[in-house]
Design a protein around this ligand. Sequence first.
Ligand SMILES: [Mg+2]
Length: 303
Amino acid sequence: MEFRPFSVRLTTRFRGLTERSGVLIRGVGPDGADAWGEFSPFADYGPEQRGRWWAAAMEAAHGLLPAPLQSDVECAAIIPELDPVPAAALASAYGCRTAKVKVGGPRGRDPDPAATLRADCARVEAVAAALGSGGHIRVDVNGAWPLSAAVASIAALESAARAGGIDGIEYVEQPCASIGDLAALRRRVDVRIAADESIRLTGDVDAVVRAEAADILVLKPSPLGGARAVVEMVERYGLPVVVSSAMESSVGLATALAAALALSEQPFAHGLGTGTLLATDTVAHTLAPVAGRLAPIPLRVTA
Ligand SMILES: [Mg+2]
């Protein structure tokens, strides 16, 4: 095996980062051809999460990604916490029918939640207007809302989407941090609730499903131990799944895409549009959606 450290730049700040780094691993697949995996856990990930990411990298570097059932999948644009004008421009440039808009303010304690919600509403309205009436908007809160604020925040974002010409929010991803709060909120609102961090940080889908805390599972192959692990989770739980990337370079993105391709068609667009946010990459041609769909391409590694 060969290990190649890499660092890639992002076009815009994401999760507080402007750069992603990690290691590419070149191995040999069962057919004797080169196979590549990516190990790029976030700095705040602990040993367990790093271990799962390593397993995902090894699966890909041994050429053991699951066989596809589909040739391409629909995927969503991802809109970081930008001002309305650049947010709308990015949504238009993506060419996807669905956009996931980041909301909820800075990670940790938000100094001014009311100002954050106003900015979130302006961003959602602008993106809705850019997508047009056939579009779908989902929001990702990254667990930032206290349960006490979540119902009103959802109502405000739904009106913002309507003001932009889209009727409602497709789903709200990880509105609150704890599984208990997700479950309590889900009983109080009509909008669908999706779980991301509640699954990703522990690898424990059971706890989310048992608590009836989510209508949709967001499953990220890199931090969850690989594409096959995700396919097994989907088979076990039977809830709609949005397979998502974790701001990897295109090599890691290919692992996430392999998981989505190995599933039957899902009701919601997958969250695999992060390639568009890469200013530099580990391959010659970045794996990014074209006209809202993502299909595999040969990985010509340049890192
Ligand atoms: Mg998320």
